[in-house]
Ligand binder design. Sequence first.
Ligand SMILES: Cc1ncc(COP(=O)(O)O)c(C=O)c1O
Length: 370
Amino acid sequence: MKPIGLLDLAGETALFRKEILEGIQTVFETCRFVLGPQIEELERRLAEHSQCRRGIAVSSGTDAILCALMAAGVGPGDEVITTPFTFFATAGCIHRVGARPVFVDIESDTFNIDVSRIQAAVTSRTKAILPVHLFGQCADMDEILHVADRHGLTVLEDAAQAIGATYRGRRACSMGKAGCLSFYPTKNLGACGDGGMILTNDEAFADRCVVLRNHGQSRQYEHEHVGGNFRLDAFQGVVLLAKFRRLEELTARRQANAERYNERLADLPVRAPRVRDYNVSVYHQYTILCDRRDDLMAHLKAAGIGSGVYYPLPLHMQPCFAALGYKPGGFPKAEEAARRVLALPVHSLLSTEDIDRVIDEIAKFYGKKR
Ligand SMILES: Cc1ncc(COP(=O)(O)O)c(C=O)c1O
């Protein structure tokens, strides 16, 4: 039987091969290798797509978060409220600007930050809230914006996994001060290398990001701030522009795959991901909650089916954050998710038969007839 990968990077990239190679040829002709017209066009298109005025392309999703935190003036002595159940970069960037990540537990059904617990985490040092739109579904932004408003906090959205997702009709990245995308190759819009973007409706904030992206240089060799080299290569602009043209179509295929899982997993002893009725998920991951997770994963592997665990160790339990003083048991829902989540293949090139095979193998593992 043909293996079913968690991802199909080769297949997805091949869809764009001709267009990408032609575009790269153009870059060679002009030799504008860093930033340049392709990146500017990408910034315009993604800003429009995200319902934002400005896009600032940067070198990775991590650098998007780092640069946005710098532009928001977050620094030593500040606290930033975020989730412990996310990719490391979210909290890593908070630490790197000298601030302290303050974790708040998640909702066990959406895996996103539990907004009812945010208010209690606000202190006189809190400067920002950094919610993550995990697996392609937005966090409950109205309550986050409400708390932020009450305390004068900046909201930065980690939308690395959520390009195109909507919350009450509003796009990810358009609700807080700024949002951050990742173009890591496995993302819904993936580069052939690293890349990211900051999106914002605040012109002054965008201007600060532009300056910080280039070593804080406001005029040539005049540095008003200390920034970094967060610039994006033109080659990645070519790749991303080509792929962006089919983003909606490929996202719709992920959503259809998720729909089929939702219907057919309903009578099995696993919990399908919940999407709130006001959200449209772009299903970066299709993550179930299950018992005997590692055994199920091994069973699927033996049947030629890929799956993945995002994330096996919550951030409050990471060795590098030991000094923050959190203990196991501190965030029970995040810890339970870390033990029980499993991401199933949901990428755009799967057939209905592929999805059905995954479901049949899950049924077989739990001894259920289909
Ligand atoms: C939630 C989240 N935040 C941040 C990042 C960092 O993005 P990148 O890998 O492009 O640096 C990622 C992606 O890996 C992510 O999934």
